[in-house]
Design a protein around this ligand. Structure first.
Ligand code: SRM
Ligand code: SF4
Length: 566
């Protein structure tokens, strides 16, 4: 790599004694609710972020009080599968020991607990351990929670694909014993006995994300991931994967060296090659990724800097294999099928739409209590989806009416919810996200209600489009793969993008920058009016906006995201 000065995060990782730092000392320090120096960053590798409530930050500062430091804890849940017992354990902890009393289903198929005070951190890790869970590597410069297409009805491949998601997650986990020592009080190991054969002792240059997807569903949004495995079947059996490398959605306002990027096809691999290829793609990024500038450190920039062919050749060399030509596949959808479906296994599955994945009782919608009641009697498991919803999976015929009654009793089934609302997603944003520039989760209900009105006004309430709001250009809400996306700029102000597609294979283009939602909704109103009368049969809004020239499509974001290239 270049001779540029390494970023301070590199010093922090290399001096951390394989992620231990002085976290244990900080835990004993009662003078602050936070973590000091490097530990602030190091706890991320153990699945936690230090946060404070931004709604009360100014007030506390006026009173000369330290911000109310807490941590957000994100568990590791490959493929998003969690048992009712695990759910109940987390749910009880959330009620009694967190600032907000809620859990949050994330769009990477896991649960976050916001507002855990310092003295509750070790207890929560011990609780997780007793439930067979952990939060290792769900944040930090490592491979994160591995996604897997969640709807069990889709095909008989799900079970096999899920097993691969689990294996990949385990294979790429940090090998350090630090998590067990710091949080579970396990005996200290001699550092000499430990090594990180895949990740290296300075870990990766930046976060790394992996998804396993089962076409035609693209619920995991493969193009948001550094590495994706597309399941390929023959006669109903999984025979291998197409590999995609270098997807990612984040950018920084005003810095055109940052941009969203679709992943590149590398080719087909057999099942036996999967773990070696995963490790090789990770190790090339480990060795070639930018460790000087964290803004340009994700795999997508490494792929663009060295070129797809060079990156692919190096993976082949390291994994001692050759990619076969890409096998044909196509995506048709990304949303969850809300409601009951019968799986190929004869079991029933109920997908519940959970607004922004927030598990909290609110007036007329006691989702937290309802989910807990179901967990008390459910014999199958729960599957968290990349759309922030929950599937009550594996319900036997004789239990179906009991689960259905509970879901109705607690208003978890809402037939009045529009399909537009179900196609909408927002990131967490305020009050917990320290990087938030504009509201997202909290503003989505109002914006969605307005969009519903617009659709009704134009007589097209039966249509919908993929709509996403994200509180800043980091893009957690995946607006950069939406048909219509809002990206936060400042309080109440957003950049307005259109032109992505339903399948999630096209990046939308900026149409209006730094505007209020009123101005953006007015503009959208005009476009929807045209869509209502000019659309070809079943033409999606994103495709329509490109066909009629409202926006020029983004063909290769690396070169034409900021400027249209004719
Ligand atoms: Fe994210 C940082 C929430 C999915 C790109 N993301 C954050 C942090 C941790 C803020 C921070 O660094 O202090 C947010 C915590 C908010 C809170 O209070 O909970 C946060 N991200 C989320 C979640 C919870 C959004 C949600 O509403 O579901 C998702 C958690 C996923 C998980 O379970 O692991 C989440 N984040 C994403 C996605 C979407 C995805 O992966 O499919 C992206 C865009 C895809 C990508 O990575 O390119 C995303 N998050 C980021 C980035 C920009 C990364 C980059 O390449 O520059 C940051 C900031 C950073 O890393 O510096 C970030
Ligand atoms: Fe926070 Fe920005 Fe991610 Fe939203 S997109 S959760 S505001 S970092």
């Amino acid at each position: 790599m270049s001779n540029e000065k390494l970023s301070d995060n590199e010093r922090m990782k290399s001096e951390s004694h394989l992620l231990r730092g002085t976290i244990t000392e900080d835990l004993k320090d009662k003078t602050t609710g936070g973590f000091t120096n490097d530990n602030f960053q190091l706890i991320r590798f153990h699945g936690m972020y230090q946060q404070d409530d931004r709604d009360i930050r100014a007030e506390r500062s006026k009173e000369k009080l330290e911000p109310l430091h807490t941590v957000m804890l994100r568990i590791r849940l490959p493929g998003g599968i969690i048992t009712p017992e695990q759910w109940l354990g987390m749910d009880t902890f959330a009620s009694s020991h967190t600032q907000y009393g809620s859990m949050r289903v994330t769009n990477r198929q896991t649960l976050q607990l916001h507002g855990v005070l310092k003295h509750d951190i070790q207890p929560v890790h011990r609780l997780l351990h007793s439930l067979g869970l952990d939060s290792r590597a769900t944040a930090g410069d490592v491979n994160r929670n591995v996604l897997c297409t969640s709807n069990p009805v889709e095909s008989s491949l799900h079970e096999e694909a899920y097993e691969w998601a689990k294996k990949i997650s385990e294979h790429l986990l940090p090998r350090t014993h630090a998590y067990a020592e710091v949080w579970l009080g396990k005996q200290k190991l001699d550092l000499q006995q430990e090594s990180e054969p895949i990740l290296g002792s300075s870990y990766l240059p930046r976060k790394f994300k992996i998804a396993v997807v089962i076409p035609p569903q693209n619920d995991v949004d493969v193009h948001a991931n550094d590495l994706s495995f597309v399941a390929i079947e023959e006669a109903g059996r999984l025979v291998g994967f197409n590999v995609l490398v270098g997807g990612g959605l984040a950018m920084t306002h005003g810095d055109q060296s940052t941009y969203p990027r679709l992943a590149s096809d590398f080719g087909f691999i057999t099942l036996e090659e999967t773990l070696d290829v995963a490790a090789a793609v990770v190790s090339v990024q480990r060795d070639w990724g930018n460790r000087s500038n964290r803004r340009n450190a994700r795999t997508k920039y490494t792929v663009d800097r060295v070129g797809v062919d060079t990156y692919r050749s190096e993976v082949q060399k390291r994994a001692k294999m050759t990619f076969a030509p890409v096998r044909p596949y196509h995506f048709t959808a990304r949303g969850d099928r809300i409601g009951w479906t019968k799986g190929v296994d004869g079991k029933h599955h109920l997908t519940l739409y959970i607004p922004s994945g927030r598990i909290l009782d609110v007036p007329h919608y006691p989702v937290k209590t309802g989910m807990a009641k179901i967990a008390e009697v459910h014999q199958g498991d729960f599957r968290l989806t990349p759309n922030q919803n929950v599937i009550i999976a594996g319900v036997a015929e004789q239990d179906k009416s009991m689960i259905d009654n509970l879901a109705h009793q607690y208003h978890l089934i809402n037939d009045a919810m529009t399909s537009q609302r179900k196609s909408s997603m927002a990131c967490v944003s305020f009050p917990t996200c320290p990087l938030a520039m504009a509201e997202a989760e909290r503003v989505l209900p109002d914006i969605s209600a307005y969009v519903d009105k617009l659709l009704a006004k134009h007589g097209i309430s039966d249509r919908s489009f993929v709509f996403r709001v994200t509180g800043c250009p980091n893009g957690c809400g995946r607006a950069m793969l939406a048909e219509v996306g809002l990206v936060g700029r400042a309080i109440g102000r957003y950049d307005f993008y259109i032109g992505g597609n339903v399948e999630g294979t096209r990046i939308p283009r900026l149409v209006t920058s730094n505007q209020s939602t009123e101005v953006i909704m007015n503009e959208l109103d005009g476009y929807l009016a045209r869509w209502a009368v000019e659309a070809e049969s079943h033409e999606s809004f994103g495709d329509f906006s490109v066909r009629v020239g409202i926006v020029k499509p983004v063909l290769n974001a690396t070169i034409d995201f900021y400027n249209v290239v004719d």
